[in-house]
Design a protein around this ligand. Sequence first.
Ligand SMILES: Cc1ncc(COP(=O)(O)O)c(C=O)c1O
Length: 445
Amino acid sequence: MSESLPNVTASNALYAQARERIPAATMLLSKRPELFAPGAWPVYFKRAWGSKVEDVDGNVYTDFVGDVGATLLGRADPDVNAAVRNVIEHGNFCTQNYPGEIELTELLCDIIPCAEQVRFARGGGEADVVAIRIARGFTRKDRVAFCGYHGWHDWYLSANLADDSTLDGHLLPGLRPLGVPRPLAQTALPFQFNHLQSLKELLESRPGEFAAIIMEATRHHPPEKGFLEGVRKLADEHQAVLIFDEVVTGFRMSLGGAQEYFGVTPDIATFAKTISNGYPMAAVVGKKEIMRIVDEQFISSTYWTDAIGTAAALATIKKIRQTGAVEYVWELGTELMNGLKEAISRAGIPADVQGWAPLSILAFQDENPDVAAAMKTLFVRGQLSRGFLSSAMHYMMTSHTREDIQAYLSACEKSMKEVKHSLDKNTLMEDIEHRPSRPLFKRLT
Ligand SMILES: Cc1ncc(COP(=O)(O)O)c(C=O)c1O
């Protein structure tokens, strides 16, 4: 390798300490260094601004991993931060409620097709739990048909109680649902993306028992013509609440989310991540007829009333709307996807680019997953040595510039050539010091 890997001694020392004191070391699976380039990945940051980050060792990178989708406007956005500072100065928590909640509710109802009423939470998985509770309460039914990833909670992981391969295509292969009560078995059942028949058969296998169908409307792959419309029809036929999990697609694919982009309106939708540009916030929005069941339920939490997330969401959504941020990340992301495809073809490596311009995926391909993981690791190491944080996912931010894209693509070209060279010489494992990354989420959607 021509350039050398950054020195990440301080990061590695902190990580060793974390592994002693924090079980599973990081609170979010997608922030574990083993998923990128074990030993070489800068695990801890000192400062993050725009698309740049300085790690605890003092190395500065341009980041294309993009905060797992949490910050469309880039880190430390001045307008979002000003709104947050304002509520901090005036008191962000109080006996009374923050009126910004009402303004945010009106804004969401104006933007999102299915939104007539809104509840707030502070995380994506949490918003999904709320949506499922509402659907079960409204329909007085228990079972849930799902497709895609929906967080870490019992209702979802229970899918693996009967068979621990159920979540393989939606979350992680072979995940053991340790700690999830066994009586929940068979309450969450999967269907396949772009396979309407699999949903039809599932719903017909237990007629009248499904409270909800929850899905990501897209992730890596586009829905085939008629698929989402078919899901909508099946939900109506089976009187199940249709929930779109828009934790990733919301305010990113389109201001009104995937439902606006594809023109299919669910009954309920959940939002987090981009909604507040890195501050904790989530929303569950939906049709009044269904949402008002909450009046009869117990769905309540202290920090759902904090003003920081609400103020951040108001500032974020207004800025995304006013500045055409979604259009910008589509434009830049398209340039990135096209450039990646060209670089792959010039380097002659087995890889593909999938997904959508605001969220694209670089997938290294080999029938042996270990070889694919080793190729990805070598690529990530190459990019690190050239000053970029890379992984399989590229979440675009408005702080990325055309120059960033060009510099990134030129680094990709070199890193991909290194992968090709290693493949040809059969030295992949030596070249990554026998430390391949582990697969993260393996998704079918
Ligand atoms: C589609 C989807 N739903 C739910 C979640 C969970 O959100 P959180 O990590 O905020 O709980 C994620 C997180 O990546 C997600 O991608």
